[in-house]
Design a protein around this ligand. Structure first.
Ligand code: SAH
Length: 207
């Protein structure tokens, strides 16, 4: 089942970096879903976790990971830890990941899942991620895994010059995945298509 997904991505040219495929092979997605969904871990769908939140669809995670162009030296900020799976993948591709989760029990869920894979370079922080995380800034890349009404100002501030942000902008059911690079303090944007995500809730997000 895992191989089928990999073939699908390679055939469609959706993932171009072999290291991303390697990371996908290494991280057991079944350890990041609820026990009752373990058998569905490699079906290309989003799955419910706790507190009405979700682990994103594998293809969506791959598109976002590829868009980030992860490098071994990168320091990354993720907003929306959820299951911890996205940060687990990035942990294999980058130097350090700070991931922010607003719901404390979900943050704990992510921590426990990451522990199973003995991942040490991911820090899960309970906070409103729409304000970023100043302590770890500036970041080489920022990834937001919840639908945001706009690109939060603080995230732009905490991104390095020539850094990349990948963020779904718009409503929960239909948001546009934006990949943007920061040049002279301004963002140069491109669209990666439409997706659905749970909403980003916070000061610079939805109410
Ligand atoms: N990246 C996750 C999927 C995240 S689902 C994974 O790999 O499984 C989106 C998550 O964003 C949810 O857990 C939700 O609680 C969280 N979230 C929503 N608004 C947030 C905010 N302002 N700050 C931090 N986390 C937020």
């Amino acid at each position: 089942m895992k191989e089928k997904l990999i073939d699908y991505w390679m055939n469609r040219g959706l993932v171009k970096d072999d290291n991303i495929i390697k990371a996908f092979k290494e991280i057991p997605r079944e350890d990041f879903v609820l026990d009752e969904y373990r058998s569905q871990a490699y079906i290309d769908i989003a799955l419910p976790i706790i507190e009405g939140q979700t682990i994103s669809q594998p293809s969506t995670i791959m598109i976002m990971t590829q868009a980030l162009e992860p490098k071994k030296t990168d320091k990354i900020l993720e907003i929306g830890s959820g299951s911890g799976y996205q940060s687990a993948l990035l942990s294999k591709l980058c130097k350090k990941i700070y991931t922010i989760e607003r719901i404390p029990s979900v943050a704990e869920f992510a921590r426990q899942n990451l522990k199973k894979s003995k991942i040490k370079n991911v820090e899960v922080i309970e906070a409103d991620g729409t304000l970023g995380y100043k302590k770890g800034s500036p970041y080489d890349k920022i990834i937001v895994t919840a639908a945001s009404p706009k690109i939060p100002k603080k995230l732009l501030e905490q991104l390095k010059e020539e850094g990349t942000i990948v963020i779904p902008v718009g409503s929960s059911l239909s948001c546009e995945m934006i990949k943007a690079k920061k040049f002279r303090g301004k963002l140069k944007k491109e669209s990666l298509g439409h997706f659905s995500f749970v909403p980003l809730i916070g000061k610079e997000g939805y109410d």
